[in-house]
Ligand binder design. Structure first.
Ligand SMILES: [Zn+2]
Length: 520
């Protein structure tokens, strides 16, 4: 075999011999446990034509040969065996799989080519159900409807899981579920993204089925997840997003943008919360089974005993406890690092961020109850992020009754909450319910579509800003020790904030009251 041997395109390699030479880029690699061979190094290789092949390197050759195949590198690979590509998780559609053997020679290539050789599949095709599910695919989309990061017991071991929807550039949407480290990476990516809706590229993803519906998941460790990858597709998405938001610029502010998004969510049949029954608070409290339901009610007050934020570990998202502050002097300057103990990571961590944890007392005509909202959900009702409200502070809460205006602003507003009734409620009488979804009152959730929404939005916004000023005044009165119990009557009005007109009236009252005080 001469070194000058010509490279063969991957599409032409066949199992009848091992003396092939190919010129390939390592696109992806992962370790896999194989009951026969122990740990193996699995790879996806691509040639310059974008033809891909799955390659495997046994533990025996991992040190001598696998080490020479880092992700992103172009290599000449000479001498390897080929076997049929089989199974339900095929990383490529190549009919054969490459095995690195004892006399495989790996040499460097001078080629630099940053192409990722994506094989993107649009969601219409995925949902069409005609694709062979044994072949893993590449998908890119914007994350919508992010669920909670849940811990599920799988064969007695805890595994992280997160469900969400991806929408592609044509607005086709496909339900997704990621497990393990992929779930954590996605969840963290969403919390770091400005809009909470990053562009997500899942390479070597599995088309699965869950309760009869097509769902995209990770193929164990074989998948690759990239958040906001620096590629043309991401730029195209961002551009689309800008175009989507701009027509609403006239409304200014996040409320209008969120509303539009929520309307879309409501129109989306796959929003699973829409399938659950609507209950009154009385009905919720009387529920004798573990279930999810929707409850429309008004925020009566914030239960400040619980505080309103916590610091979460940026690695695992779990709550951390402050253990100390490290002050180092570097080049004559004092640098302060806060240290936190993470019970899950079992170590002191310094990378933490504040997140909402809100406890609300809500009421309707039938009763009252307590709701708990974690960060992702609370973000849907509070205009500012926890980080902004804390203004960079890493202190734990001193005075729980000192609530920011942005949080107080939700008092008196009506929402429809998606609520989980758990075993602890049914059997052990727990009184706090966790919220998994929020709809604003301005959307009629069940009976009608959002007709006339846009024509009314300007007026709605005017009323909303009116409310904001009321809240500022209310807040001053709270601080002064005078509480102003909410006496706003509940009214129903299609397509707008149901409580807007009464609040607007009370604005003028409060303003007058204020004026009188000043005159004294
Ligand atoms: Zn942690």
């Amino acid at each position: 075999m001469s070194a000058a041997m010509q490279a063969t395109p991957l599409k032409d390699v066949k199992p009848f011999k091992s003396g092939w030479k190919v010129h390939v880029k390592v696109l992806h690699s992962w370790k896999q446990y194989n009951p026969v061979h122990g740990d193996t190094l699995e790879m996806v290789l691509s040639d310059q034509d974008g033809c891909k092949i799955h390659a495997s390197c046994k533990r025996t050759y991992m040190e001598s040969k696998g080490r020479l195949l880092p992700v992103g590198a172009w290599r000449h690979i000479q001498n390897f065996t080929l076997s049929p590509s089989t199974g339900m998780y095929r990383a490529t559609d190549h009919p054969f799989k490459m095995s690195i053997i004892q006399n495989t020679a790996i040499t460097r290539s001078t080629l630099i080519n940053e192409d990722m050789f994506l094989s993107l599949v649009d969601f219409q095709t995925v949902l069409g159900g005609s694709l062979k599910t044994c072949f893993l695919i590449d998908v890119i989309g914007q994350v919508m409807d992010l669920g909670d990061l849940e811990t599920i017991q799988v064969s007695g071991k805890p595994r992280m899981k997160v469900e969400f929807t991806l929408r592609d550039i044509n607005d086709a949407r496909v339900p997704c579920c990621l497990w393990g480290k992929f779930a954590e990476i996605l969840y963290e990516g969403c919390s770091k993204d400005e809009e909470g809706k990053p562009i997500c590229l899942i390479r070597f993803a599995k088309i699965g089925r869950f309760r009869g519906e097509i769902q995209i998941t990770n193929a164990f460790e074989a998948s690759l997840l990239l958040i906001n990858p620096d590629i043309a597709e991401t730029a195209a998405f961002k551009q689309m997003f800008v175009e989507e938001v701009n027509p609403l610029a006239i409304c200014e502010g996040r409320d209008a943008t969120l509303d539009l998004e929520e309307v879309k969510t409501i129109q989306d049949k796959r929003d699973k919360w829409m399938l659950f029954p609507k209950r009154t608070i009385h009905g919720l409290l009387e529920s004798t089974q573990v279930e999810k339901c929707l409850v429309e009610c008004k925020v009566d007050s914030i239960d400040s005993d619980w505080g309103w934020y916590y610091f979460g570990c940026c690695t695992c998202n779990k709550k951390v406890v402050k253990v100390g502050t490290l002050v180092k002097t570097i080049h004559g300057k004092e640098v302060t690092t806060h240290l936190w103990w993470c019970e899950v990571c079992k170590e002191n961590v310094s990378s933490v961020s504040p997140r909402f944890k809100l406890h609300l007392i809500v009421k309707d005509d039938t009763g009252e109850t307590k709701l708990m909202l974690l960060d992702q959900i609370a973000k849907g009702m509070i205009v500012e992020s926890a980080e902004t409200l804390l203004n960079g502070s890493f202190d734990e809460l001193e005075d729980p009754t000192d609530l920011p205006d942005a949080i107080l602003a939700v008092i008196g507003k009506t929402f429809t909450f998606g609520i989980s009734v758990e075993k602890e409620h049914v059997l052990y009488g727990s009184e706090i319910y966790k919220v998994g979804k929020i709809y604003r009152q301005s959307q009629v959730v069940f009976t009608e579509s959002a007709n006339g929404e846009s024509s009314e939005s300007d007026q709605d916004l005017a009323l909303t800003s009116g409310e904001n000023s009321v809240n500022l005044i209310d807040n001053e009165e709270h601080l002064g020790g005078v509480s102003t119990p909410s006496t706003t009557p509940s009214t129903k009005r299609k397509g707008g904030w149901s409580d807007a007109p009464p609040d607007f009236t009370s604005t003028s009252k409060n303003l007058r009251l204020k004026t009188i005080k000043v005159e004294k």
